[in-house]
Design a protein around this ligand. Sequence first.
Ligand code: GLN
Length: 542
Amino acid sequence: MARYIFITGGVVSSLGKGVASSALGALLQARGYRVRLRKLDPYLNVDPGTMSPTQHGEVFVTDDGAEADLDLGHYERFTGRSANKMDNITTGRIYQQIIAKERRGDYLGATVQVIPHVTDAIKEFVLDGNEEYDFVLCEIGGTVGDIEGLPFFEAIRQLGNDLPRGGAIYVHLTLMPYIPTAGELKTKPTQHSVRELRAIGIQPDILLVRADRPVPAEERRKLSLFCNVRETAVIQALDVATIYDVPIAYHHEGLDTEVLAAFGIDPAPKPQLQRWHQVVDGIRNPEGEVTIAIVGKYTGLKDAYKSLIEALYHGGIANKVRVRLDWIEAEVFEQEDPSPYLERVNGILVPGGFGERGSEGKIHAARFARERNVPYFGICFGMQMAVIEAARSLAGIEKAGSTEFGATPEPVVGLMTEWLKGNELERRASKGDLGGTMRLGAYKAELKAGSKIAGIYGDTAIEERHRHRYEVNRDYRPVLEEAGMIFAGMSPDGLLPETVELQDHPWFIGVQYHPELKSRPFEPHPLFASFVAAALEQSRLV
Ligand code: GLN
């Protein structure tokens, strides 16, 4: 039977609960256990699909088409297990189910209440589908004390009693701030946070304390005493240079041993951490460096591009180089010549994006890359902009545009209303809701044998994750291919262009899907590995 580890946070948000949970999952996995990580998000959105990436960070997409919290990306990268729709739930989704049941009359006249109806629905979700796992790690979003988080905390408290003895433990992540004038790390915020947790009825078994310098033994004792946690279970979580260092660092601090001890499990044998050491060594000792320009729109909040950044780093690991990222607001190129910004970079990447603002700038970036033979990687929106650029410059279709920005006489990118998923026809209403109406999740594509992209994958059959409404219009395929842009990848039914590439260019590839979502430190995505290799090649030329 699965054992449960509930991970909560206190003091402040953004402490890296997602990475901490992932690292613990990776450590248990390295000891041979089967682990599953799940996220409970207290906000009212049904899923983060409609939330701005500048506020909430990237929307992660699973194979089965869920728009999920970005922490699921960390879970996948750290454990290699592909997440699914059932690994992330929000208050909005719980209420949506409950209200639908209430309208159907399923509650048979009962008054529907937070306790027990909402908490029962949460518990059902937490316990569902865990048969094949040894450990299920559930991370609760937000921090203890948030009003909207209360039903989740109540549900996990109840689970502590519902499950057999030794079936669940609680890990609480907090912050010890350093106060320069006193020259001390302070325990008080953690004490308050644990007090809050205990008031709800949860006694943490393990404290994971984030600090920017080592926690002195004295302070550790104090935390143990005031928070009612045994001293060995107060684990310091110091800042590290790369997130892939976290599993090793936590193991050194004894986190995995302490977790097993809390369950009464004998902690021998030691975890197999070789592959983590290899990854970290690769990152610490690069043999070169490349600079990649990311021409996007949400460049203020890096979390908006979490998986993309990681995938580029994985491409660096594959080539033993450091990847430096140069963030450029696409709008800049609408007024200015891109050359001074792009002349020094070794590769240009235009990532996914939505809306007209900045689009002409991205088109200018694609043009620069094409004309100057700089490696270009267009992802989703970045492919669409590259196709518009090629239509205008190579095929002479001056008015080429996307219907995403309004009516256009030459809809090189437009809305498709029907397509096949496996054998099923999927339909999309052009004026429907915005939430959950995109082409989402894993789709197969067929790559033309002998194309550059098929060479990179080493295969002609691929499956990648999508998240978009618009598609490159296949009606323009003949003129564009004539002009040198090859539609190397198509959906199996031949209707939807999936990848494009320029014939006479060292590396110019656009993909309609999001390859970054499937890249992992131990298995860098072939497109990112190849793109970074091309950038390295380019760096040797200049
Ligand atoms: N806005 C474009 C679309 O909806 C691209 C989306 C994306 O880049 N993820 O098709």
